[in-house]
Design a protein around this ligand. Structure first.
Ligand code: ADP
Ligand code: ZN
Length: 435
C-alpha cells in the first residue's frame, strides 16, 4: 500500500481535488441552509442563498462562524442533523474559555478516524506496529481520535490515556511500543523520566511519535527526538472540525498536509476578514466539506499560520500549513510588543535549558511585567549564587534580542515546575484577573 493510507485521494491532482471540493461544498451549503437555522440566519443577514455558492471560489461570500457563535448556540444551535442520527459528542479542552460541544454521526467518526489513520501511516505506521496512545481519553478528542486511527491502520493499540507515567513506561518497555501519541509537553516529560530512571534512548523500541494539541517549536522537536530516540511528527486539529488529524506531517517535516477532501482551509487577515494569498501569515479558517453532525462553514480557528502548495517530496498533494505560531489569543501584548510563548521556548532550548518553563505576566504601576521561571536540569543546578545570576543575565539578554523587550528570568531548582500530562499551561496572565 506504500506510505499512504488512502493513496488515491492523498495524491490526487489539484484539478481532481478542486473538483471534489466544488461538488462537496455545493451540497454542504444546502445541507446547512436546510438544517441549521442559526447559520441560515447569518446567511440571510448577508443576503446569500445556497444558489450563490457554485463552488469553492464562492466561499468568500459566506459569513464566518466564531467561537462566540458556538458558545451562543450551545448546545444544539449548530447541530446539522437529527440528534437520533448522532452517535457521539466530544468537547474542547476549554483552554480559552467555556467548553464547546461537537456532535458526530457514525460517518463523521469514520472520516475523522481515517484522517488520523493517514497521519499514523505518514509517520511510518503499519499493522506491525504497537501504538501507545497517551492523549487523554473521554471528552477530549486526542485519545479517541488517535485510538480510532490506530485501529484503522491495524496497529496493536494501547489505550493508555494520559498520566501515570510509571505505568506508561512499564507498558512501553514490556510491550515494545513503536509509536507513541501524546502532547509534546507530555512526550518531553516521559523522555525526562526515562532518562532519570537510567534508560538510554536506544533502550526503547519507539521509532516515531505523533504529537499535537498544543504549540511546540522546532527546538522542542529536537529535544524530544533526542530524549526518546525517535522521529517526532506534528499533528493538528480542533474539536470544532473533528479533532486531531485535520492536518499531519509527512516525513519531509516541513508543514502539515491538510486533509483537503474534508476540510477546506482559508487564511484571512484577522482584523479585516479579507482572504489572504498562500504564503501570507494570517488566521486559519476551516469549512467542513462533508461532516453531518456539526457542519461548520468558515469557522475561524484563531490559529495563526501560513499555507503552502509547494510540491512535497512525499508525493502528497494536499496543501500544507505551517506549525501554528500560536493562537491569536495566545499572543501576549507586553508594553505594546507582541510576544508568543513559542519564541520564549525557542530561546530556552537554543541556550541549552529544559522545556520546563512558565511565563508570568502582571501589571505593576500601570506597566506590564513579564517574569519567566526556567527550570534547571539537574546537571546545570548549582548552589553558587553568582553562577546562577550570570546565567539569568545571559538568558535575559538572549530574550531581549529575540523579543525586543526584556523579561526577568528566574532559574528554579530541578522538578519544581508542575509537569503537564495534557496541554501544558505556559502562561499565567495576572492582568486578566484584574481586568
Ligand atoms: P481548546 O480550544 O479548548 O484547546 P481543543 O482541544 O479542540 O480545544 O484544541 C484545539 C486547539 O489546539 C487548536 O485550535 C490549536 O490552537 C491547538 N492545537 C492543536 N494541535 C496543535 C498543533 N499541532 N500545534 C499547535 N497548536 C495546536
Ligand atoms: Zn509531504
Amino acid at each position: 500500500m506504500g506510505r499512504y493510507y488512502q493513496p488515491e485521494i492523498e495524491t490526487a491532482s489539484r484539478e481532481k481535488l478542486t473538483e471534489i471540493q466544488n461538488e462537496k461544498i455545493v451540497k454542504q451549503v444546502k445541507h446547512v441552509w436546510d438544517n441549521v437555522p442559526y447559520y441560515r440566519n447569518l446567511m440571510e443577514q448577508k443576503g446569500v442563498t445556497p444558489d450563490d455558492i457554485k463552488g469553492i471560489a464562492d466561499l468568500h461570500k459566506l459569513p464566518f462562524l466564531t467561537k462566540a457563535d458556538l458558545r451562543d448556540a450551545y448546545p444544539y444551535g449548530l447541530l446539522g442533523t437529527d440528534l437520533k442520527n448522532c452517535v457521539r459528542i466530544q468537547s474542547t479542552s476549554g483552554t480559552t474559555g467555556k467548553r464547546v460541544v461537537a456532535f458526530y454521526t457514525q460517518k463523521d467518526i469514520d472520516l475523522w478516524e481515517e484522517c488520523c489513520a493517514r497521519a499514523i501511516v505518514a509517520a511510518g505506521g503499519t499493522e506491525e506496529d504497537v501504538c501507545q496512545v497517551c492523549y487523554g481519553y473521554g471528552l477530549f478528542t486526542g485519545g479517541p481520535g488517535l485510538n480510532g486511527g490506530s485501529h484503522k491502520v491495524g496497529c496493536l493499540t494501547l489505550p493508555m490515556s494520559s498520566g501515570n507515567t510509571e505505568r506508561q513506561i512499564q507498558f512501553m518497555m514490556d510491550l515494545g511500543s513503536t509509536i507513541i501519541c501524546c502532547t509534546p509537553s507530555y512526550a518531553a516529560y516521559i523522555g525526562e523520566t526515562l532518562r532519570d530512571m537510567g534508560y538510554k534512548p536506544e533502550d526503547n523500541k519507539l521509532k516515531a511519535g505523533i504529537f499535537g494539541a498544543e504549540p511546540w517549536t522546532e527546538e522542542m522537536r529536537h529535544e524530544i527526538e533526542k530524549l526518546l530516540g525517535i522521529k517526532a511528527y506534528d499533528i493538528y486539529g480542533l474539536t470544532e472540525t473533528t479533532g486531531p488529524g485535520v492536518s499531519f506531517e509527512c516525513e519531509e517535516q516541513t508543514g502539515m498536509h491538510i486533509n483537503e477532501d474534508h476540510f477546506y482551509p482559508e487564511i484571512i487577515n484577522p482584523e479585516t476578514g479579507e482572504v489572504l494569498p498562500d504564503g501570507e501569515l494570517g488566521e486559519l479558517v476551516f469549512t467542513s466539506l462533508d461532516k453531518e453532525g456539526f457542519p461548520l462553514l468558515r469557522y475561524r480557528t484563531r490559529d495563526l499560520c501560513v499555507l503552502s502548495k509547494k510540491k512535497c517530496s512525499c508525493g502528497r498533494t494536499h496543501v500544507k500549513m505551517s506549525k501554528p505560531k500560536g493562537r491569536s489569543d495566545d499572543m501576549l501584548i507586553i508594553r505594546g510588543v507582541n510576544v508568543f510563548p513559542s519564541q520564549i521556548e525557542a530561546v530556552l532550548l537554543n541556550e541549552g535549558y529544559s522545556p520546563n518553563y512558565q511565563i508570568i505576566v502582571d501589571r505593576v504601576n500601570n506597566s506590564d511585567t513579564m517574569d519567566i521561571n526556567v527550570e534547571l536540569a539537574p546537571e546545570l543546578f548549582s548552589d553558587i549564587v553568582s553562577e546562577n545570576v550570570k546565567r539569568e543575565k545571559s538568558l535575559e539578554s538572549a530574550m531581549r534580542t529575540m523579543l525586543g523587550i526584556g523579561p526577568k528570568v528566574h532559574l528554579v531548582a530541578p522538578n519544581t515546575i508542575v509537569r503537564s500530562e495534557g496541554k501544558a499551561v505556559r502562561v499565567i496572565d495576572k492582568r486578566k484577573l484584574i481586568d
